[in-house]
Design a protein around this ligand. Sequence first.
Ligand SMILES: [Zn+2]
Length: 441
Amino acid sequence: MADVSSNSLPDTTGAVQRRRVAYFYDNEIGNYHYGQGHPMKPHRVRMTHNLIVNYGLYKMMEVFRPKPVSAAQMTRFHSDDYINFLRTITQDNMNEHIRQLQRFNVGEDCPVFDGLYEFCQLYTSGSIGGAVRLNQGLSDIVINWSGGLHHAKKSEASGFCYVNDCVLAILELLKQHQRVLYIDIDIHHGDGVEEAFYSTNRVMTASFHKFGDYFPGTGDVRDVGYGAGANHAINFPLHDGMDDVAYRKVFRPVIAKIMENFRPGAVVMQCGADSLSGDRLGVFNLSLKGHADCVAYVRSFGTPMLVLGGGGYTLRNVPRCWTYETSVLVGADIDDCMPYNDYFMYFGPDFRMHLPVSNMENLNTPEYLEKKTERLLEVLRNIEGAPGAQINTGQPGTGPNVPTAGDGDDEDEDMRDPDERHIPEGKRGGGDAGLEMDVDS
Ligand SMILES: [Zn+2]
């Protein structure tokens, strides 16, 4: 029997609380292929589902097949011409759309493949459907492992992502909640989500990622948001070799301070599994327990939670990660010895849930991590007692902007670091997309 009880972490009240958990899945998702040799494999979501079923975890959740969202729902964030392009582009008509392919960054990392639009619709439907369920108060936690495609921009595909289901789910949650927190533990910076909400204080984004000569290149600790959104983008830049102990030591205090000062009504958590040890593209050294500890910690606050997938490129480890995190979310202990399942041979030679980590060096020194943690806690102190965190004066849907919460200007010039980067508006691409989103539609 696996010793997983330590991961069913106690709530702040001291007992593991039961939660009403819903799970969104469509079996079609595993049929899509990015193309030969491409590291992103939607099949991993079907493998995850099969393992969840064989562990019996589906009995502890309400299981839903998402209702497909319309193109109009996707254009709450994305531009009409980009979504139209995704609907019409096929491998057969690609030659007639060379300029559009370049403009929308489709073709290489983000290839055209059979059923591309339906694939986007499937993963997005689970995330928006999950947000609706949380808004209705029917579930405490909703899981959509096919979602979490955090790099997509308003009018551009990026990093294997086409439609940004995280942004669309947050927009849905903003109909019901004054403040929404986005947490991203993928090894890559959650750039698409940060950019969408960079200038609003109704959404805080917090991303922990490898930074420095690594995709997508953004996520500097100095990038903290703009205008009303100042101090509402939190970026923890990390180096190779992050291990469980180090990750927990930075994740917990930052998230605790966010929960205390920002006080979100709902949390969207992107659980990219490419931050695990041995990932094909990743360079961290987390075990399943270290990764899931973040999920357990966020769960312990009892805030309504939408849990999404994301990256994850070592095929046998992604189902392990997300199945284990499903067990943590439902509050069940599962056996380290895997049950027989449709993809059993992937998990040899020992057929165990948990992975050994490697002996790679952690290039993040304790001093480095402490310094960055302190710096981010300082950023978060700027919103302490800010009107946005206290009074709900922002009214959704009163104009073209995502309204700010409160009229108070919580930007203190003296507190601002002199070398803090304010990226010029024109440089951020869809950086002000947040200003154009109608949260009431
Ligand atoms: Zn990633």
